[in-house]
Design a binder for this molecule. Structure first.
Ligand code: GLN
Length: 534
């Protein structure tokens, strides 16, 4: 048989034209991001809620500082996690251990009711676990493909849809349960699905064949009988699928390509710096400067839209799940059963939440609601972008990056325009929510041009022996961006008092657009430095 993709025979069966292993990673990443974003949605709210509301009654500023550091540190550890996988344990084990450590982290946070230190131990475990998990699962996606072509870009875009399906459900459900039922239930829910994701990955991993395994000659698996068994199993399945042997390219080509990753990573700092205003200044804008009150038909329309917004993505993901079941159930029954169970629980919770929301009197759109628009738009548009990248309208990597930065800037331009009427120093206003919705749409379109494409290029441009660490470098730029973004956002009041809200958003318009234009200018030079990789 012909091996079109990496991995085992089972991995050659396709789902939506991609290897079925892509969807094993899709769902593992989906549950991990469910936990990450679900917990993150609760973090600040929990800290600032009064003791009476079972929160910790922290000052807003203190909570935001912890948030900035947490969201920064989770993206620093991937450098070490990537290196450990490259040199010591291989990507598969790293993903498994990362998932296990994060499960313990979430559980520990749920025990916050018993004693405060559990909360901080939990955060630390999440930071460590993510370091092992995130760069290495991202790197496994790339290894499913044998060629460095546009197929890989499309594969990463699908994977990115999994990321956001998780983010969407996590924010929605952990957010709701944490706020309405109890904080530790929300934290606990995040942990349960991390656990399901881990089991689903563990019991399906032989689909990856040799991908993500450290070769036994390094001695790593020699004392590990189970590992040896699995490796043997993988080799048997792989008989006819010799891994593509990477040609060792001349040193200057390797170094040029690594430099290109560095340049891409540098430009993403500007992207995430502005983009991550979503959780900070843009949420403040939603809360205090946006008209969120809906009456009569407006309220009914909102309830209907909100229901569709929840049910449609879940239906799409359930359909993908069914496609994966069809291809893999016979061989990986246990993995599929864990995955199916987690979906059954999710549907149950979603129906319960929607029922309660539909019957509530809430005529005011919650400020946090706008945050889910990003994930929704990703799920809605990712298939389109994935097709676009596979078509003849596939621009070069740097051009996609430039498009991403410029679209993001335009999104902030819309907010700046919408804020023109807000007087200097105003503490509140009632700008139409149309601006915020349009801004999220532009931000998301930009994200789809830049973020999954960036992952794909890291995979294509890194020499195999460094791919985990280079993903670490890639995510480290998010660490810096999250920190700087949080700090810049904290100047919102200062800028509104001394200049205006429009000026505040104009900063986030001009800098990304400027960075995008520089990227366009660099396009030809970067293409040369990629030496044939597109
Ligand atoms: N939103 C994406 C994720 O959670 C990308 C985050 C990032 O690279 N900073 O994976």
């Amino acid at each position: 048989m012909e091996f079109k993709f990496g991995g085992s025979i089972a991995n050659q069966k396709t789902v939506l034209g991609h290897p079925s292993g892509l969807f094993v990673l899709f769902f593992t990443e989906m549950w991990e991001r469910f936990s990450y974003y679900g917990m993150r949605a609760l973090l600040v709210l929990f800290l600032v809620s009064s003791i009476l509301d079972e929160g910790w009654g922290w000052e807003r500023a203190d909570a935001l500082v912890l948030y900035a550091w947490y969201t920064s540190l989770v993206y620093i550890t991937p450098i070490i996690g990537g290196l450990i996988a490259d040199k010591v344990m291989g990507y598969r084990k790293a993903v498994f251990w990362g998932a296990l450590i994060m499960t313990l982290g979430h559980l520990s946070m749920a025990f916050e009711v018993i004693a405060d230190p559990f909360f901080f131990i939990g955060l630390a475990l999440l930071i460590l676990g993510n370091g092992l998990f995130k760069p290495n699962i991202s790197s496994m996606v790339g290894q499913l493909y044998k060629t460095e072509g546009k197929e890989k870009d499309a594969g990463y875009t699908i994977f990115y849809m999994g990321i956001n399906a998780g983010a969407f459900l996590g924010i929605l459900l952990c957010g709701y349960i944490g706020e309405q039922v109890g904080w530790h239930y929300g934290f606990g829910l995040a942990g349960i699905f991390m656990f399901f994701g881990m089991l689903q990955f563990y019991y399906a991993q032989s689909i990856f064949g040799k991908i993500g395994m450290k070769p036994p000659k390094t001695g790593v698996f020699l004392d590990d009988v189970k590992g040896m068994d699995r490796l043997k199993e993988a080799e048997e399945e792989e008989e006819d699928n010799p891994d593509v042997v990477e040609e060792e390219v001349p040193a200057h080509i390797v170094s040029d390509r690594l430099k290109v990753i560095g340049i891409f990573a540098f430009f993403t700092i500007f992207f995430w710096w502005a983009f991550e205003q979503a959780g900070g200044s843009m949420t403040i804008f939603a809360k205090d400067y946006t008209d969120r009150v809906l009456v009569d038909s407006g309220a009914i329309i909102f309830k209907v839209v909100n229901t569709l917004l929840t049910v449609i993505p879940l239906l799409i993901i359930t359909w993908v799940l069914a496609l994966l079941f069809k291809q893999t159930f016979k061989k990986y029954a246990l993995s599929n059963i864990f995955l199916g169970t987690s979906f059954a629980i999710i549907w149950g919770i979603v129906i319960w939440v929607l029922y309660r929301q539909f019957n509530s009197e809430a005529l005011e759109v919650p400020a946090s609601w706008f945050g889910i628009l990003n994930s929704f738009f990703i799920i809605a548009f990712a298939p389109l972008f994935s097709k676009l990248w596979e078509s003849k309208y596939n621009p070069s990597g740097p051009v996609k990056f430039a498009m991403g930065l410029i679209l993001l800037g335009l999104g902030f331009g819309i907010l700046a325009y919408g804020s023109l009427a807000i007087p200097q120093g105003a503490q509140v206003a009632s700008v139409s929510m149309v601006f915020l919705i349009a801004a999220y749409l532009f931000h998301t379109l930009g994200e789809l041009c830049l973020s999954p494409v960036g992952l794909s290029y890291v995979s294509k441009l890194s020499p195999k022996r460094l791919v985990g660490m280079m993903f670490g470098v890639w995510f480290a730029s998010s660490a810096l961006a999250n920190l700087l973004g949080g700090l810049t956002g904290s100047y919102i009041d200062y800028i509104v008092n001394n200049y205006s809200m429009a000026i505040f958003f104009l900063i986030f318009t001009l800098i990304p657009v400027g960075a995008g234009i520089i990227m366009l200018i660099l396009n030809r030079k970067l293409l040369k430095m990629m030496h044939g990789i597109r």
